[in-house]
Design a protein around this ligand. Structure first.
Ligand code: HEM
Length: 577
């Protein structure tokens, strides 16, 4: 049966609807449920059909564990030993680097950690685009014209205009702004030790905590100030707006951000994870979180429009002189490069506002979660903390240049390893927009025992790029792939991935790679440089586990301490003499 015969599939649905219309309420409710199930089944029919090509069907993968959810629920809780993240369980990706997992209602999803397959999918961004349902969800969060949302020519045009804004010379200029905020972050950490702050809940209190807050150490939820720092950095360096999250000044925008964080955090890990899993079907998130996210987005649009308006007016007042000093921030750079563009390529005010929303969405929490794990790892590996601090203390200035920071080898290796083992974005998905043959760099064994060197996907098939799984694949990183070891980066890896940075898939690769990766790496280095000169970090005596989930809320959740699961990363912090 072809897609064009879909109306035939809907015929029984219409029959059920007719019966339902004439029956009592008692019958109507279950019948309505049946109707919904049938409609869903019919709606997903083309996707299920799309996945049935024999070469795709021949791929190994986990058995289907639910007729409704497929394998989605099997991997949402799949943290590995030692807190290593992977997007799919290693029990799947290690024996079957290229495989097939079951999606909703009998659909199939293609995944691969094979470098050749990933390079092919990422390079061919015309064929592999974001699925419409993902775009619907993203559109709610970042508006319709942000870089993340665009495909094809509009994406290429916007990306060309924005690339210089994120190049090394631009980031070099932004680093002093990162330091300004990092010093505020340092002061915030110092304020936790102010006797006037005694009794302030710096992290949730667990039984026995009163013993650890004395003796020069304090239990601190490091994730919260780091999230505030990351937001303020995007605010000031992104669009010259001090969101003032670190100094807790009231602001419509920052208050809306806080309310959204609280609302998302109130959902249990499982619930949020399921929310992500339901995304292809529902596109909806819990009502309260949705209300708070809408309020936050409205505030972001309002601030964005005001800022862009002011900057445009300043440019006009300067007679459109592109050299006029608007500010060093990303949006000012964008406006300046906009001036130099051909009329047909110029971005509109609304497009630039959507870029601001995109930077906030894509750049703040991602970087915050990486920095939180950096401190957690330093707590777990005191010898690495000593080594890193020693290297950092070889620099005399408190705010060395971008180039000096980049000359610190162990800092570079440490940041790479954090981004490898704790990739803030664990996976991304695409949909094949036409029938396509994906070549593999290493043949894999099919279910029928034959060697498969390419896979045919039909139009409409969903593909997963399992970012975090590729980062810990033994075929790429060797038998100790899941061990946290910064020194591994001293040696060039022999198996190359298409990753844009340090052979990692963290920022993916190809034309849709993360435009902000240099920004983020510089920000992480500045934060570590400043914090390690003033503080030391230890894990709590009962070593609570840190868990992440795929989905909208990227934060780490703390599991243990006899407390309910919550977004938090509690560490013991000590002021250095
Ligand atoms: C550790 C921090 C970060 C991580 C792990 C990260 C990761 C990613 C990933 C995986 C993508 C690809 C998404 C997809 O196509 O499905 C992406 C795209 C993007 N990122 Fe980042 N990102 C980070 C920081 C930033 C920052 C700081 C900014 C901006 C200030 C930023 C802006 C963007 C934008 C605009 C895109 C869309 C690029 C395009 O489609 O052309 N990111 N990022």
């Amino acid at each position: 049966m072809t897609n064009s015969s879909l109306p035939q599939v809907l015929a029984p649905v219409a029959a059920v609807a007719a019966v339902v219309a004439g029956t009592s309420l008692l019958v109507t409710v279950p019948a309505a449920l049946v109707l919904v199930a049938l409609l869903t089944w019919a709606y997903l029919y083309p996707y299920r059909r799309a996945s049935l090509h024999p070469s795709f069907a021949n791929l190994h993968g986990p058995v289907n564990s639910s007729a409704v959810f497929g394998n989605w629920r099997d991997f949402l809780d799949s943290a590995n030993d030692d807190g290593t993240d992977s997007s799919l369980p290693l029990e799947w990706t290690e024996p079957w680097p290229t495989g097939r997992i079951h999606g909703f209602f009998g659909t199939h999803i293609f995944y691969s950690t094979d470098p050749g397959a990933m390079s092919y999918m990422l390079a061919n961004d015309e064929v592999f685009q974001k699925p419409p349902r993902l775009l619907n969800l993203l559109g709610i969060l970042v508006g319709g014209q942000g870089l993340l949302m665009l495909e094809g020519n509009p994406h290429r045009r916007a990306r060309k205009a924005m690339n210089p804004t994120f190049g090394p010379p631009a980031i070099r200029e932004l680093v002093p702004l990162f330091y300004d905020k990092a010093f505020e972050l340092r002061d915030k950490f110092a304020s936790f030790f102010d006797p006037a702050n005694d009794g302030v809940a710096l992290a949730r209190r667990a039984e026995g905590d009163d013993k650890i807050v004395v003796g020069g150490r304090r239990k601190v939820d490091v994730q919260k100030p780091l999230a505030e720092f990351a937001l303020d950095v995007i605010g000031t360096a992104g669009f010259s707006h001090d969101t003032a999250a670190l100094n807790s000044s009231p602001s419509e925008f920052t208050d809306a951000w806080r309310a959204m964080q609280v609302s998302l955090g109130q959902k249990g890990k499982r619930e949020l994870a399921q929310l992500f899993a339901m995304m292809p079907v529902l596109e909806k998130i819990p009502v309260d979180a949705q209300v708070k996210m809408t309020a936050y987005n409205d505030a972001a649009v309002k601030v964005g429009k005001r800022l862009v308006g002011n900057k445009m007016a300043a440019l006009e007042a300067a007679g459109g002189d592109a050299k006029s000093e608007l500010g060093r921030d990303l949006v000012s750079l964008l406006l300046k490069s906009n001036l130099a563009s051909k009329t047909s390529e110029k971005m509109t005010t609304d497009e630039i506002v959507d870029q601001i929303r995109t930077f906030l969405f894509a750049g703040a929490e991602t970087t915050a979660v990486a920095m939180s794990y950096a401190l957690w790892r330093l707590g777990r590996h005191p010898e690495m903390q000593d080594k890193l601090r020693k290297e950092i203390l070889t620099v005399e200035e408190d705010n060395p240049s971008f180039d000096t920071l980049n000359g610190l080898t162990y800092l570079e290796y440490f940041v790479r390893e954090i981004l490898r083992i704790h990739s803030p974005v664990s996976n991304t998905i695409r949909m094949a927009m036409s029938d396509v043959v994906i070549p593999l760099s290493k043949p894999t064994k099919g279910r029928d025992g034959s060697l498969v060197d390419s896979v045919v996907l039909r139009k409409g098939t969903t593909v997963m790029i399992p970012i975090a799984s590729v980062n810990v694949a033994s075929s790429i990183w060797g038998p100790d792939a899941t061990t946290f070891n910064p020194d591994r980066h001293a040696t060039e890896p022999t198996i190359k991935t298409p990753g844009i940075y340090a052979n990692l898939m963290t920022f993916i690769g190809g034309p849709r790679n993360c435009i902000g990766y240099r920004f983020s790496i510089a920000e992480i280095k500045v934060a570590l440089f400043v914090l390690l000169r003033s503080f030391s970090f230890e894990v709590l005596p009962d070593m609570p586990e840190q868990r992440r989930m795929p989905g909208i809320d990227l934060r780490s959740y703390s599991l243990g301490q006899g407390l309910p699961l919550a977004p938090e990363m509690p560490l013991l912090v000590r002021v250095l003499e």
